[in-house]
Design a protein around this ligand. Structure first.
Ligand code: NAD
Ligand code: MG
Length: 406
């Protein structure tokens, strides 16, 4: 350990480390919204007295990545962008922190021995490093929903084979994990995913056709990365989460319901066959879910805002509208047909989302493109191995690019 007096966010002493020593961990996507929240939670749970950080990673925000690596005393910092290697090397010169760039370096770092890994990279790019960590038996805190959407049971099989835990960070899945009775799983009738409805909950289709990326990026309750914020507005995020939940909790498509709940206080629910419904509630702050995964099976003490029910006064619910939000319907198709359709949906969605961000297509065209790609490629081919997942993803991207006009 180096002297940490210059790292005020990683304070020492005041918080006991419940694990009685340093836990060796890595944070992939540390510069993102999930990554920054993870480092914040770590600071509250003892910082460098409690955690020994192996890897941190980012892509374009090199200044932040270098600062994080110094503050947490990381062993290696990796940028996904090879063109930024020199910049990162210079930013960390003299620190003794190893520097690397590119996808192969991310995979190599994910293979380094740690107890716990935050999978906080956005998109399909997160699959390969997360798999590398899963295959050596690390506990995986999974924020990257694309791993399960695209690779589904194959991904889970790798985790089970190596013996690590899969802990869901996504707030809905984290909520379900908290109230899902694993000892009586046959008594689970359904799960109910809550959705805020996003900024366009009450927009007409005509109004939605005209929204801009800046409007779509402005989530009413949660503060998140750009892509997931836009996916929340289009409901593609909820579509991915339905597929994610089906795999994670080993449920049938019919057992997965979605309800619009504009306050984002109930993070999701599990319905049992005695009629009971168990919910997890909290203020919309990802640090609760991240802390749950970091301290599991204990509960950490976290400085998140407490729910004030008197001020809250009411909780609202409404049925989601699959006509205005077709991604929900597309998710059902992907769940029912299974196979590689999740990978196809996600690959096409990532291209359509980028095209919308670059203002090449309109907001509603994202779902049109994904639907067309699913119709043309989604013949219900089974996912036999990870290679097949990558091939389906590539084919979906190629066709989506053609449809976008790239
Ligand atoms: P973000 O955009 O804020 O951060 C993404 C991170 O991934 C950054 O560190 C970025 O540098 C890195 N990255 C981007 N492209 C990359 C690439 N091609 N290769 C390697 N690294 C790359 O995103 P976020 O909001 O933190 O979300 C991360 C993941 O967590 C997503 O899969 C998202 O769906 C999921 N998630 C996020 C939230 C949230 O509150 N932000 C909630 C639930 C789930
Ligand atoms: Mg979520």
């Amino acid at each position: 350990m180096t002297d940490n007096t210059e790292h005020p966010r990683f304070h020492t002493g005041s918080h006991a480390n419940s694990h009685g020593g340093h836990r060796r961990i890595s944070i992939f996507g540390s510069t993102g919204s999930i990554g920054c929240n993870t480092l914040d939670v770590m600071a509250h749970l003892g910082g460098r007295d409690a955690f020994q950080v192996c890897a941190v990673s980012g892509r374009s925000n090199i200044d932040l990545l270098a600062r994080q690596a110094r503050e947490c005393g990381a062993e290696i910092a990796i940028t996904a962008d090879e063109a930024r290697y020199t910049q990162l090397k210079e930013a960390l010169s003299g620190t003794g922190i190893e520097v690397a760039a590119g996808e192969a370096a991310l995979i190599e770092a994910a293979g380094r021995d740690t107890e716990w890994v935050m999978a906080g990279i956005v998109g399909m790019a997160g699959l390969a490093p997360t798999l590398a960590a899963a295959r050596r038996g690390a506990d995986i805190a999974l924020a990257n929903k694309e791993c399960l959407v695209s690779a589904g049971t194959l991904f889970q099989r790798e985790i089970e084979r190596a013996g690590g835990r899969l802990l869901p960070v996504d707030s809905e899945h984290n909520a379900i994990h908290q109230v899902f009775d694993r000892h009586q799983r046959d008594s689970v009738e359904r799960i109910i995913l809550t959705a805020s409805g996003g900024p366009f909950r009450s927009f007409s289709s005509e109004e939605m056709a005209r929204v801009t990326p800046a409007m779509a990026a402005d989530h009413p309750n949660w503060s998140m990365g750009l892509k997931i914020s836009i996916d929340s507005a289009s409901m593609f995020n909820k579509a991915l989460e339905m597929i994610e939940a089906m795999h994670l909790f080993d449920l049938r498509p019919q057992q997965i319901e979605v309800i619009i709940h504009p306050q984002s206080v109930i993070h999701s629910m599990v319905g049992y066959h005695d009629g009971s419904v168990l919910a997890q509630l909290g203020t919309p702050d990802m640090r609760t879910a991240i802390g749950y995964c970091l301290a599991y099976p204990q509960r950490p003490c976290l400085p998140v805002e407490r729910l004030d029910f008197a001020r809250l006064a009411q909780l609202d619910f409404e049925k989601p509208d699959e006509t205005r939000f077709p991604p929900l319907r597309l998710a059902r198709q992907a769940m029912e047909k299974g196979g590689l359709l999740g990978a196809i949906l996600n690959g096409a969605k990532e291209i359509a989302l980028e095209a919308f961000i670059e203002e090449k297509i309109g907001f509603l065209e994202m779902a049109d493109i994904v639907e067309t790609v699913m119709e043309r490629l989604g013949a219900g081919v089974p996912a036999i191995d990870i290679q097949a997942v990558y091939e389906a993803d590539a084919a979906a991207r190629m066709l989506a690019r053609e449809l976008v006009g790239d």
